[in-house]
Design a protein around this ligand. Structure first.
Ligand code: C2E
Ligand code: CA
Ligand code: CA
Ligand code: CA
Length: 270
């Protein structure tokens, strides 16, 4: 027993070591990623669920490293938040996204994900605005997506900065709604224009009466708050139909479009 215990602890520490090695490899690679043009953006349309018309695009970061391969955004964003690179990455992505947005016919808009650090750092907002100004793009064509978890972590600061964003003309979306604490008591304190229903509810909408009930309640909430609502992760026609029945207009998901390079969307025919 003693031997096997020691054996497993050796295996564990080797695994642990290789994990650490992998992590610092990724960290190191991340510092080179921007300069080597490995980070780019894919876009996923936000559509009118009834007509399928594209209303706007959410930008989703993509990192492809020649040796490490594809590293998922939630992973490298988390690393960047810890090692202090996040602001640099956010600004780089925003610059790329605004260059694309400039080519899109109005009223198509950009929905851009911000991390917690971006929201907490006031100077970042000024830099984001600086990029808009440089390209002569109006703030009302940009929506910032901030997750419920981020908002909850620092309610005071977040409500402050989202109000500031709105004052400057930006739209604000409360992302992944329902995936975090789901406490409704804080909602009235927050300034936002759109609420994005987390895809876990949409996922269960057919099998689970309660998910339907939750979505119905969220939609009622949105209409009483006079904010827009977008359902994320719509994968089937049946899900779309149920959402339409419940009165949800804006949708996003694989059923309509998967995230892809901007060139794959025909924007001129709109
Ligand atoms: P998110 O903001 O909730 O983005 C939606 C995620 O769901 C994306 O994953 C998207 O590809 C995926 N998705 C869209 N439709 C469907 C569907 O019908 N079914 C399923 N199963 N999934 C769907 P992705 O691109 O891997 O991004 C994951 C997360 O990484 C994002 O979640 C966001 O939190 C973060 N992220 C991505 N890009 C950025 C960025 O530029 N900045 C920041 N701060 N975070 C980002
Ligand atoms: Ca998002
Ligand atoms: Ca989301
Ligand atoms: Ca998410």
């Amino acid at each position: 027993a003693k031997n096997s215990a020691r054996g497993s602890s050796i295996i564990f520490s080797e695994e642990h070591e290789s994990l650490i090695r992998k992590k610092s490899e990724v960290e190191l690679a991340l510092t080179q990623s921007i300069k080597q043009e490995q980070i780019c953006i894919h876009y996923q349309p936000i559509v009118d669920g009834q007509t399928g018309e594209i209303l706007g695009f959410e930008s989703l970061a993509r990192w492809f490293h020649p040796e490490l391969g594809k590293i998922p955004p939630d992973q490298f964003i988390m690393i960047a938040e810890k090692n202090g690179m996040i602001t640099q990455i956010t600004l780089h992505l925003f610059e790329l996204a605004i260059q694309n947005l400039k080519q899109w016919p109005e009223p198509l808009y950009l929905s851009f994900n911000l991390s917690a650090n971006d929201v907490i750092n006031r100077a970042t907002l000024a830099k984001l605005t600086g990029i808009l100004d440089k390209h002569h793009v109006q703030a009302n064509r940009v929506q910032f997506e901030i997750t419920e978890t981020t908002m909850m972590a620092d309610l005071e600061q977040c409500s402050h900065i989202t109000r500031e964003m709105q004052k400057q003309g930006f739209l604000v979306a409360l992302d992944d709604f329902g995936s975090g604490y789901s406490s409704l008591s804080y909602l009235h304190k927050l300034a936002f224009d759109t609420l994005k229903i987390d895809r876990s509810f949409v996922n269960n909408i057919q099998q689970n009466q309660r998910s339907r009930g939750v979505i119905k309640t969220i939609l009622e909430l949105c209409s009483s708050f006079e904010v827009q609502c977008t359902a994320e992760g719509v994968e089937t026609a049946a899900q779309r139909d149920l959402l339409l029945e419940l009165g949800c207009k804006n949708m996003q998901g694989y059923y309509f479009y998967r995230p892809a390079a901007i060139e794959s969307f025909e924007l001129t025919s709109q």
